[in-house]
Ligand binder design. Structure first.
Ligand code: FMN
Length: 216
């Protein structure tokens, strides 16, 4: 088997990260996916990764950074540099917000991390606006899925990722003035929070949404 996929979502299975990974894997005959939310398994994952030539990390942006379990795994990797030296790697960061700018600091970190680990980095792919992927009908995500599959193919064939495909997945760094205006209008009429409020209600946390436990 040539590819090991590290899903860094705290949701694990049934995550948007899993959906994105399934697009990436379209052309791969064999691969192994592991879930970094199973923190007790990290040591096993490191030992298993010895057998693989290529690694894909796919995870969401959490509070402008990577989920804690991803950082923890990277720290474990750093202790076993020999295992990862010369491995081919790529990273997919995706985010709830629709602007790529939110992922830019983490992108820099990942290039630096891959460098420090002496891994052969094929690139960091940014995909904003991912929260709905697992809920959308496949038709609605078909174009994104195609582009991610193309990136997966390039990785499989040891070719550089086409910059046009990468850029198109990433989209604009920030929203246009018109998009910002539309968002303001949606916020004013209370429509921008419908989905997030439904999530808060589902988790019985709606009443706590303005809590500020560290305020004096
Ligand atoms: C606790 C938490 C923090 C988050 N922080 C950010 C953030 O800082 N920026 C952002 O764009 N999205 C943020 N998101 C949204 C996730 O990146 C987005 O929902 C993603 O699709 C989740 O992917 P997953 O299903 O693979 O976990 C956050 C979500 C949660 C639950």
């Amino acid at each position: 088997m040539s590819l090991m996929v590290f899903n860094g979502s705290p949701r694990g299975v049934n995550s948007n990260s899993d959906v994105i990974a399934s697009w990436f894997l379209k052309g791969f005959e064999e691969s192994k996916t592991v879930y970094l939310n199973k923190v007790k398994q990290h040591e096993t994952y490191i030992n298993e990764s010895i057998e693989f030539e290529k690694l894909l990390f796919v995870f969401p942006l959490y509070v402008d950074g990577m989920p804690g379990q991803v950082k923890y795994f990277f720290e474990q990797m750093n202790k076993q540099k020999k295992v990862f030296k010369n491995k081919e790697v790529t990273f997919i960061i995706h985010s709830g917000f629709s602007e790529a700018i939110h992922s830019k600091n983490l992108e820099k970190y990942l290039y630096r991390f891959a460098d420090l680990m002496s891994m052969k980095n094929y690139g960091v792919v940014i995909i904003p606006g991912s929260e709905g992927f697992r809920l959308m009908p496949p038709k609605m995500t078909a174009k994104k899925a195609e582009k991610v599959a193309e990136i997966g193919d390039m990785f499989r064939l040891n070719k550089p990722f086409p910059s046009a495909v990468k850029e198109s997945l990433e989209g604009p760094l920030v929203q246009s003035k018109l998009q910002r205006l539309l968002f303001k209008i949606l916020s004013l009429v209370g429509l921008s929070n419908v989905y997030w409020n439904s999530q808060l209600k589902k988790n019985n946390a709606f009443k706590n949404r303005f809590d500020a436990p560290y305020e004096k």
